[in-house]
Design a protein around this ligand. Structure first.
Ligand code: HEC
Ligand code: HEC
Length: 274
């Protein structure tokens, strides 16, 4: 009787102990992933390892030295995702839905992600020059003389031919935005390819869209959507070139371009309130 009681107690005890261990392991794993501080912060080997992992995975959008491109400049030492190491960890692991930033949790180990966070921290420079240009003047140009609003929407207002720009200041580097305005053809995403359809009566339609063996889809400058059977058309073509005017560098002064860029950089979406 006494023996079996001990056995029962012992069994319960060890089971409880097991729960504790499981709980401890689970929390320490969770802590490792979510702790606000990088466990590898400042470690020179981790920084070198992070740089090596950054090269193949991240440079296509963030540049060789993290200076940005299609993705934001990571050298400013301030991040829209937040100030903590865990904020950087989370954005690298899980990405930002609806943007070009995919999550890397399935390709990179947690350890590798912390190494990359250590690398990104090592890039921070604190001599970031102030932006030239006047944001309010840029906003006026955007909707007025520049005619940008005819094709681009900001916070639901504006055209549909070009991509919405409500949070473009968060998504791209300044250099990439400048290039987008001055040389639109330098980097055109496939969904903004130019599609041209000529009807049998000679009517020509140009817009963004897509085309397969049988049909053509076009959104025109006024934002109307059209779909045609290719067999009903005289011709239909698709070119990876931008419908955005490529003469802003001549139509606008250098100061006006700076104003426009100051406006674009300020467009950071709802998160701007943080
Ligand atoms: C296909 C392009 C692309 C690739 C590849 C890419 N990123 Fe990004 N990244 C972006 C974009 C775009 C954003 C901005 C997302 C947003 O709108 O908040 C971003 C945001 C980030 C941010 C947040 C910056 C901030 O200010 O909050 C970090 C950190 C980051 N990326 C790190 C990485 C790392 C590390 C890799 C490689 C493992 C990587 N990215 C690969 C495009 C990319
Ligand atoms: C006739 C339509 C049209 C006008 C006008 C126009 N754009 Fe565009 N814009 C586009 C299209 C289409 C694209 C996508 C293809 C490309 O990258 O060039 C684009 C792309 C962009 C991009 C890159 C967006 C990204 O996701 O990287 C920026 C920034 C931009 N435009 C800003 C401007 C500004 C600023 C003006 C006014 C000075 C302007 N656009 C005027 C059609 C237009």
């Amino acid at each position: 009787m006494r023996l079996s009681l001990t056995a029962a107690y012992g069994g319960r005890y060890s089971r409880r102990l097991q729960h504790w261990w499981t709980a401890l392991i689970v929390t320490s794993v969770a802590c490792f992933a979510q702790r606000p501080q990088n466990p590898l912060a400042g470690d020179p080997d981790a920084i070198a390892g992070g740089g090596a992992a950054f090269r193949p995975y991240c440079t296509p959008c963030h540049g060789i030295r993290g200076e940005g491109g299609r993705g934001p400049d990571l050298t400013h030492g301030v991040y829209s995702a937040g100030d903590k190491d865990s904020d950087l960890f989370n954005v690298i692991a899980h990405g930002v839905p609806g943007t070009d930033m995919a999550g890397f949790a399935s390709e990179l180990s947690q350890q590798d992600i912390w190494r990359i966070v250590a690398f990104i921290r090592s890039l921070a420079r604190h001599d970031v020059p102030a932006m030239p240009g006047n944001r309010a003047a840029g906003e006026k140009l955007f909707w007025g003389k520049g005619g940008c609003g005819a094709c681009h929407a900001v916070n639901g207002k504006g055209g549909r031919l070009g991509p919405p720009l409500s949070r473009i200041g968060r998504e791209r580097s300044l250099a990439f935005l400048r290039e987008s305005v001055l040389t639109p053809n330098s980097d055109v995403k496939p969904q903004y390819a130019t599609v041209t359809a000529v009807k049998r009566d000679g009517t020509k339609m140009v817009g963004i869209g897509s085309l397969d063996n049988f049909t053509v889809q076009i959104t025109d400058a006024a934002g109307n959507d059209y779909s045609f059977e290719r067999s009903d058309l005289a011709s239909s073509t698709r070119e990876l070139k931008s419908l955005m005017p490529d003469d802003y560098g001549r139509k606008l002064t250098a100061a006006e371009i700076d104003d426009l860029l100051a406006y674009l950089v300020s467009l950071r979406g709802a998160e701007a309130a943080r």
